[in-house]
Ligand binder design. Structure first.
Ligand code: NDP
Length: 445
């Protein structure tokens, strides 16, 4: 890293102790910005970098709720409003036992650049709680969501901050959160949350968008080498919202996804994932991937090793951060994998990314490859503002066009800065310059 960014990074580590994922996300961006700062010295003026790495606002709050046994439970809620240079803060809510300030800050920081890449006029934010929805009844989830929103509502709004889903937050949770927001404010403010139900302000394709977009991005990368997903073998990790619709789009494009996973193990299904069964088990029954394997002839549930050990042409990490390490990256490269497109946020460790970049494989970071979710959230806000309802085809066409633009913008920037084919540098510098230019024009705030 050039000395200017090294200095800023050292300050981040010093001022945010014990936040390793946040450090990792900041490092990953800063280490690629050198050429942009060298070419445009204005980017190191007015403490721009120091302001960029400091969230505009961080909210932490108590979330008390009563479980089905009548016992009081206490969780912690977070909303980090990181950067509003390009528009209202926008980013999902994550409910998972591993959530803490460090995790929300890393996700919020990534979100700034991702949202800038979409070109949709949205700032970056993220939130969530250490509440674990696994094994909770619908009523418990509802009481938790109502308590969470009872504090969060005063900080959000369609022109201020617009949360959505992430790990552990899907349509059910967004419904309960929206209901409580509406009750507290006495306003049907549809644009305050995205990922809403289709009958009350949601957009078609929002559910599918992140997984679809990740696969569309992989297809665009393959096209640069005159290849395509048709006939490709694909490995997918995760079995949630992103993974399911990555499987669906990959199949639509003629590929064969052969794996899925969750935190208890993974499934190898050599004949190809049965999408209907996967949706039934995960979306309807809220079951596990082991349930899928027990009902699908030829599929095996495994706890040894992981999905990255399977021979493939394309790898789609769609579960969680740092799920793909150096050894996994070596295995993928050795097995001839050609493309890695990240559906999850920061799923590859820095060591794994280095291996991908030293190989011939095409590697797209999550902030570019999984931007389809937030893109379609912005399209949902657009529909809410104009009281319009787009068809599935129109929304998917818009998603596809924007994913292609993001791909092409990343490539063009990489080329401009002398690093052809480097999607990491391309994504970071494209997102950074859009945000940085707006910050400079807004003055020191
Ligand atoms: P879901 O909650 O729907 O699914 C998450 C999946 O990942 C589950 O299969 C879960 O398994 C698995 N998982 C989570 N943590 C771990 C872990 N520590 N080890 C192994 N498996 C794990 O979440 P999403 O599909 O929405 O999100 C997946 C990823 O995509 C996240 O990184 C998220 O930030 C990112 N993303 C999501 C977007 C969206 O629109 N939803 C937008 C952009 C990015 P288990 O049930 O066992 O926990």
């Amino acid at each position: 890293m050039a000395s200017r960014v090294e200095e800023v990074y050292a300050q981040v580590v010093h001022r945010n102790p014990a936040e390793p994922e946040f450090h990792q996300a900041v490092h990953e961006v800063l280490e690629t910005l050198g050429p942009a700062i060298e070419k445009h010295p204005k980017y190191s003026d007015y403490a721009l970098l120091e302001r960029l790495v400091e969230p505009e606002r961080q909210i932490i709050f108590r979330v008390p709720w009563i479980d089905d046994e009548g016992k009081v439970q206490v969780n912690r809620g977070y909303r980090v409003e990181f950067n509003s240079a390009l528009g209202p803060y926008k980013g999902g809510l994550r409910f998972h036992r591993s959530v803490n300030r460090n995790i929300i800050k890393f996700l919020g920081f990534e979100q700034i650049f991702k949202n800038a890449l979409t070109g949709q006029g949205i700032g970056g934010g993220k939130g969530g709680s250490d509440f674990d929805p696994h094994g909770k009844s619908d009523n418990e989830v509802m009481r938790f969501c109502q308590s969470f929103m009872t504090e969060l509502y005063r900080h959000i709004g369609h022109l201020t901050d617009v949360p959505a889903g992430d790990i552990g937050v899907g349509g059910r949770e967004i419904g309960y959160l929206f209901g409580q927001y509406k009750r507290l404010t006495n306003r049907f403010e549809a644009g305050v949350l995205t990922g809403k139900g289709l009958g009350w302000g949601g957009s078609l394709v929002r559910t599918e968008a992140t997984g679809y977009g990740t696969v569309m991005f992989a297809e665009s990368m393959m096209q640069t080498r005159n290849e395509s997903l048709d006939g490709a073998t694909v490995v997918v990790s995760g079995s949630g919202n992103v993974a399911i619709y990555a499987v669906e789009k990959a199949q639509q494009l003629g590929a064969k996804p052969v794996t899925i996973s969750d935190s208890s193990g993974w499934v190898y299904d050599p004949e190809g994932i049965d999408l209907e069964l996967l949706k039934q088990v995960k979306e309807v029954e809220r079951g596990r991937v082991s349930d899928y394997a027990s009902r699908k002839a030829g599929a095996e549930f495994r706890t040894e090793s992981n999905v990255w050990s399977v021979d493939c042409d394309v790898a789609l990490p769609c579960a969680t951060q740092n799920e793909l390490n150096e050894e996994d990256a070596r295995t993928l490269v050795k097995n001839g994998c050609k493309v890695v497109s990240e559906g999850a946020n920061m799923p590859s460790t820095p060591e794994a990314i280095e291996i991908f970049q030293d190989s011939k494989l095409l590697y797209a970071p999550g902030k570019a490859a999984n931007a389809g979710g937030v893109t379609t959230s912005a399209l949902e806000m657009q529909q809410n503002a104009s009281r319009a309802k787009w068809t599935f085809e129109r929304a998917e066409e818009a998603l596809s066009r924007i994913m292609k633009d993001i791909h092409d913008d990343c490539l063009a920037t990489a080329e401009e800065y002398g690093a052809p084919g480097d999607y990491v540098l391309g994504a970071n510098i494209t997102g950074f310059t859009r945000v940085a230019d707006a910050m400079l024009e807004h003055g020191v705030i």
